[in-house]
Design a protein. Structure first.
Length: 93
């Protein structure tokens, strides 16, 4: 999104939007698969913020699909990083 916002090349900007929208959809898909196929009730009990974190991060991925706002992308990456941290915590047990 940063590169999109600084470029004046219309071809580059069009490609950047297409890639961003595709990747946003992939993020939503992968988050949903991780939530439904990996995480178990005991994970949600140990990490009570997990449900809200997945919900808000998935919603942010949808928002990122519709905007070129760097702040939205940053929020999405922060949510993904927190899910990643929790995922690896569950692997330690």
């Amino acid at each position: 999104m940063e590169k999109f916002n600084t470029s004046d090349d219309p071809v580059f900007r069009e490609r950047a939007v297409a890639i961003k929208e595709e990747r946003s959809e992939l993020v939503k898909h992968h988050l949903w698969v991780l939530w439904t196929d990996y995480f178990k009730p005991e994970h949600a009990a140990k990490f009570p913020e997990l449900h809200e974190l997945f919900w808000s991060t998935t919603k942010t991925a949808g928002e990122a699909k519709k905007t070129n706002d760097v702040a939205v992308a940053t929020r999405l990456l922060e949510g993904i990083a927190e899910i990643d941290r929790i995922f690896w915590e569950t692997k330690k047990a």
